[in-house]
Design a protein. Structure first.
Ligand SMILES: Nc1ncnc2c1ncn2[C@@H]1O[C@H](COP(=O)(O)OP(=O)(O)OP(=O)(O)O)[C@@H](O)[C@H]1O
Ligand SMILES: [Mg+2]
Length: 306
């Protein structure tokens, strides 16, 4: 399902789903299709699919996959002084022939080291939002972190907290305490992943804030590579794995608009969709505005044009 459209006077391939016949598919997520290159490598293809309210929409956002791939690649390199990672190459011309023969994969593909992924999501929160805010409202704490009373929705925490979650197959991930995480991956690994996660969040969020983007929280995944080393895997600090807010619009006491999906969510709310699949199509205006936001996120963070 690849449809060419003309955008900014050039052909753009809209990629809503990939079916690469000569490479084995291992997972189709909401946005990314993962293939097996060989025993040691995977191919991660970011499509132009977009999800909202946990549902994949029928309308793709042109170039979204390319933008997400470029944002992740930027951060993997930016974080190299803190952690090793799985990215082998995002340069399409360096990829095996089996990949290069499919030109539409250009720009949206990464070859990565295949890792044994720890079955926990390493979440760091600098602000009180989403499930963290919900937990706080009912228990005054998040994942075992007791927080002061009287905090408001979206309030900046006095320091970022590590709030792990289990990776559930279907539905929502469940927040767990560090002790519960230690029962799954061990105490030693828990300490290491916590320390890496907090360092990554600190460095990336300081940098993003200087450029006008608040990274309210983020979800990281780690694995063990062939040599037994801990590496950062999956996608990193993208709008799909993190909560990005525009710093200039930041306020507490509300749930700030999402930097990237604001128009999509507002539109879906405005037409009264019941948030059950199938999701409705997006009108061209919303698609364009959303694409602009993704491009803006990339350009703001990297200082480059795509
Ligand atoms: N280097 C790697 N080695 C092995 N597995 C990896 C690596 N990087 C990422 N993964 C795994 O690939 C999968 C990526 O799936 P993806 O996030 O696209 O979909 P999902 O998690 O099934 O659903 P969702 O779209 O809701 O996130 C995850 O299970 C992730 O742990
Ligand atoms: Mg995932």
């Amino acid at each position: 399902m690849i449809n060419p459209v003309i955008l900014h006077h050039r052909y753009i391939m809209l990629v809503t789903r990939t079916d690469i016949d000569n490479i084995k598919l291992v997972n189709r997520g909401k946005v990314r299709d993962i293939y097996e290159i060989d025993e040691r490598h995977l191919l991660i293809v970011a499509t132009d699919r977009i999800s909202a309210f946990d549902c994949v929409l029928p309308t793709p956002i042109p170039r979204k996959g390319e933008i997400l791939t470029a944002i992740s690649a930027f951060w993997f390199r930016f974080l190299e002084d803190i952690t090793a990672h799985h990215l082998v190459t995002d340069n399409f011309d360096e990829m095996p022939d089996s990949v290069r023969m499919h030109e539409y994969l250009r720009g949206r593909s990464m070859i990565v080291k295949r890792a044994k992924v720890f079955p926990v999501e390493c979440v760091v929160r600098g602000y009180l939002a989403g499930s963290g805010w919900k937990d706080y409202l009912s228990t005054n704490s998040v994942c075992g972190h007791k927080l002061p009373p009287g905090l408001r929705e979206s309030e900046k925490l006095s320091e970022p907290i590590f709030t792990p979650a289990t990776k559930s197959q279907k539905g929502h991930d469940e927040n767990i305490t560090e002790e519960e995480m230690a029962e799954i991956v061990g105490r030693n690994i828990t300490e290491k992943l916590k320390s890496l996660s907090l360092q990554i969040y600190q460095k990336a969020s300081d940098y993003a804030l200087k450029r006008g983007i608040i990274i309210a929280d983020t979800k990281l995944e780690f694995g063990i590579d062939e040599s037994g080393q801990i590496i950062l895997v999956d996608e990193v600090l993208t709008p799909d794995s993190s909560r990005f807010w525009a710093a200039k619009d930041y306020k507490t006491g509300i749930s700030p608009a999402s930097f990237d999906k604001q128009f999509v969510r507002d539109y879906l709310e405005s037409i009264g969709w019941n948030k059950k699949p199938p999701a409705p199509e997006l009108p061209p205006k919303i698609v364009q505005a959303t694409q602009k936001r993704y491009l803006q996120a990339y350009e703001t963070l990297t200082g480059r044009k795509l």
